[in-house]
Design a binder for this molecule. Sequence first.
Ligand SMILES: Cc1cc2nc3c(=O)[nH]c(=O)nc-3n(C[C@H](O)[C@H](O)[C@H](O)COP(=O)(O)OP(=O)(O)OC[C@H]3O[C@@H](n4cnc5c(N)ncnc54)[C@H](O)[C@@H]3O)c2cc1C
Ligand code: SF4
Length: 488
Amino acid sequence: MADPKGFLTTARENATHRPVFLRIKDWREVYEESSTAEFTGQAGQKQAGRCMDCGIPFCHQGCPLGNLIPEWNTLVWREDWQRASERLHATNNFPEFTGTLCPAPCESACVLGINDDPVSIKRVEVSIVDKAWAEGWITPHVPTALTGKKVAVVGSGPAGLAAAQQLTRAGHTVVVYERADAPGGLLRYGIPEFKMEKARLDRRLDQMRAEGTEFRTGVDVGVDITAEQLRAEYDAVVLAGGATAWRDLPVPGRELAGVHQAMEYLPPANKVAAGELDRSPIHAEGKHVVVIGGGDTGADCVGTAHRQGAASVTQLEIMAKPPLARADANPWPTYPMLYRVTSAHEEGGERVYSVSTTEFVGDAGGNVRALRLAEVELVDGRFTPVAGSTREIPADLVTLAMGFVGPEKGALLADLGVDLDERGNVARGRDFQTNVDGVFSAGDMGRGQSLIVWAIAEGRSAAAGVDAYLTQRAVLPRPIEPTDRPLV
Ligand SMILES: Cc1cc2nc3c(=O)[nH]c(=O)nc-3n(C[C@H](O)[C@H](O)[C@H](O)COP(=O)(O)OP(=O)(O)OC[C@H]3O[C@@H](n4cnc5c(N)ncnc54)[C@H](O)[C@@H]3O)c2cc1C
Ligand code: SF4
């Protein structure tokens, strides 16, 4: 156990955010550097000391990766950060991705959270990995022997990267194909720099290259290389192309200039932040920005619009405003559906709940100038407009952040002949293999739109399936089943 009295004597703390007026002038992560540095020393040790090392660690259940949280908390409390890093990496290939981006379902399941603030598990996680990189403890794990088997991974998001790293380390020859300019999936071109700096991603990609994983970018598999060629060249294929088909809003005026999908708006902004582009072709400067959708993607649009100098930012959500405390029907240790204020929301803007967009209104030049909305209420399980509640708000730039409907149904899936499930995702069995022999699927492509932590767990589990298929051994860890779902 860590500090036997830690949970009684120490309050929960997290790293502090930089002042809003400063941080919206740049794209860097929102945290105060001096504060994050403190957590790689005594401040982190004290937070880890709050862990009670419960007989049944519910945090393990909360974390899809099954991270060994009490173990690394105890090691941090004992100032054995290097072993803490080893235990952390035993279950998570990329703790800096989850340590910065995960909504931390482990903390919702922390036993201390029943009657006190839960342990700052996510902060301890990122502090361990930050210290490990700084101390040079994270090095390439080059396989000692090669199996002679070749594996293609299609897609380089967290699922593809986790699968590729596991398979390379198991001795297979792995090539990751990515149609974008650079690897990373949504970690690079979806999620903005202020949530996770791309240097964290690039450092991992360097580690993977040093281990032997090969990356081929700018290759649209199914178009630039056919499914047939892929099957002929590789012994196994992992499909990790994400759930990139976005949900649209087919209301009058959708065709107006200035109405864009979030994933049309965010990638060029991320390229500007990375120095790959001077100015985004879709820019919020001086504009009234309306973001439709209240989730992570919407929050990323809000933070991006603030940094581009928007005149105003309004975020619309069709659901009612969530409660401030757990509802009776949403008890511990389930993931709490609560009102959350992300770092992007701290930076300003207005959030409007229980509204639905009925029309985009244009000017004479065909540009959007306003958005017409109606308040809605749930009647017999359907959102129904409230009579007389329609109003207009100014809107020169609208981003649609309403989620994704599944993988793109392009040439790749059709030519491979993989079956889809009833939700339109790639169907797979317990070993993550599709109906096509030797073709596996991991991440959002099989699960539907989800989270980084699930994508990494999927990548690790699919790698175990591939390794068993290629070698008839069962040595790689398989943290989840394809059907596992969050504790809700
Ligand atoms: C804007 C945004 C913000 C988010 N923020 C968070 C967050 O804060 N925390 C969190 O946990 N989750 C977040 N998510 C969700 C998370 O990013 C995804 O669940 C996760 O990235 C899924 O990983 P993946 O590897 O399955 O797919 P992706 O990350 O989508 O990667 C798939 C990759 O496959 C490539 N690809 C597809 N088809 C082909 C092809 N035919 N040939 C070659 N390449 C191909 C794509 O270009 C893409 O790079 C966010 C999602 C979005 C959109
Ligand atoms: S990966 Fe997410 S759920 Fe797991 S320990 Fe880290 S923050 Fe918690």
